[in-house]
Design a protein around this ligand. Structure first.
Ligand SMILES: C[S@@+](CC[C@H](N)C(=O)[O-])C[C@H]1O[C@@H](n2cnc3c(N)ncnc32)[C@H](O)[C@@H]1O
Ligand SMILES: [Zn+2]
Length: 387
């Protein structure tokens, strides 16, 4: 294998050489490495550092006793960064022998040979056998085939990446239904739809293990979704957690939506605003996507350490932190077009919504979109004032 050396954070790694003009060959390279995921890994280092400090102080453990597994390691860059830049007890695993050999070389390159455990085997076998404080699943495509084992293994935190955004967001509907046991809708808030379909599936997977989840930080960035979920073993908390599962009824004609909590729930067939037939998405997660205090802890870590994508990471975490906790967002361009008015600066629109007595915020999901509790009619009244 032809390799080159890369540096992320303060960790070096040998990774396969992929012709730059053939990005698609990344996934067929003998060992996988995607430089575009550096932002994902930078935020992972900061989020896992923040959460590890929390576990260590709660359980009165040394940081080096907090356990973490990168169950699908490839070059090992993710787990090795956690070992070097966070200093917790790291296990790296991959079932490819080439990946296993490369992880060993990369551990040596960073003087981590004595500090990390490297395994060659099926992630699902490992995760059914062993428990870790933090379980990280970063697959190519959908994480669903690893979720049962990951939910079994995670004691305190589950971190999951999904790169199959087309099935998650409803663009490949049948594939989404097969993988996520849910119906996603390809609507203007499809990126948020993807996050909520994934979280709904994970909450139900955890529930089988009598584990509840509390999303600490979740984002959709270009071609992937990433979620950091606090996990808690308790039948009572699991029952409470499942109350956040439900459905969204969406009207493709007027863009109105309504949310319906529960698994066995009656959903009006018609749009409550215009009477058009509503489309139904779900079951999905309707609860919060971020915990503000945890976003602050990530920001502290991002400002403390060296990161290649620091500026972008800080901006993203701040946007998420300030996002209003409501289950969908509205696209200003789409609504303005419907009203025949031109788009206005986002700050002005948010100010006007707040002046009218509503809550409103930007969203990390899209620069032209906003979140509000105004409801469609409240939003349209507000927009009309800019005519
Ligand atoms: C997307 S790559 C991991 C990328 C890595 N986490 C990173 O941040 O660069 C997915 C890896 O999972 C491995 N893999 C796929 N299925 C597996 C399984 N069932 N058990 C163990 N490894 C598996 C593949 O060999 C591949 O190296
Ligand atoms: Zn309608």
């Amino acid at each position: 294998m032809n390799t080159r050396t890369i540096l992320e954070g303060c960790t070096q790694a040998l990774v396969p050489v992929v012709p730059e003009d053939q990005p698609l060959s990344i996934s067929s390279a003998s060992v996988f490495y995607n430089s575009q995921m550096e932002l994902n890994r930078d935020i992972s280092v900061a989020a896992i550092a923040a959460y590890s400090e929390l576990i260590a102080s709660r359980k009165q453990l040394a940081l080096s006793n907090v356990t973490y597994v990168d169950a699908l390691s490839a070059s090992g860059i993710r787990g090795l960064r956690i070992a070097k830049e966070v200093g917790i007890n790291v296990t790296l695993n991959d079932w490819s022998e080439e990946a296993y050999d490369l992880i060993k070389k990369n551990a040596e390159l960073n003087q981590l040979t004595e500090k990390v455990r490297i395994c060659l085997g099926n992630a699902n076998v490992l995760l059914h056998k062993e428990r870790y404080n933090i379980v990280d699943i970063d697959p190519f495509g959908s994480p669903t085939t690893y979720l049962d084992a990951a939910c079994n293994s995670a004691i305190n935190m589950l971190a999951v990446t999904a790169t199959d955004t087309a099935p998650l967001c409803g663009a490949h509907l049948n594939s989404g239904i097969r993988k996520y046991d849910a119906v996603p809708l390809n609507v203007e808030y499809h990126s948020e739809m993807g996050v909520r379909i994934l979280l709904g599936r994970i909450a139900r997977d955890l529930a089988r293990h009598e584990k509840a989840m509390n999303p600490l930080f979740c984002h959709a960035t270009r071609h992937y979704v990433r979620a950091y979920l606090e996990v808690n073993k308790s039948a009572k908390n699991t029952d409470k957690c499942l109350k956040n599962i439900g459905f969204i009824a969406h009207c493709t004609k007027c863009s109105g939506r309504s949310v319906h909590y529960g698994l066995a729930v009656s959903i009006p067939e018609k749009c409550e605003i215009c009477g058009n037939k509503a489309s139904i998405a779900g079951p999905l997660w309707l609860g919060p996507l971020h915990y503000k205090d945890f976003c602050d802890s990530i920001l502290v870590q991002l400002n403390k350490k060296e990161f290649g994508k620091k500026e972008h990471s800080v901006k993203l975490v701040e946007l998420c932190k300030n996002e209003l906790d409501v289950p969908t967002f509205y696209d200003q361009h789409l609504l303005s077009k419907k009203l025949g008015i031109s788009a206005i600066p986002m700050e002005e629109l948010l100010k006007e919504l707040v002046t009218s007595g509503f809550e409103a915020s930007r969203t990390h999901f899209s620069g032209t979109s906003f979140k509000t509790n105004a409801g469609l009619e409240g939003i349209l009244d507000t927009l009309r004032r800019f005519r």
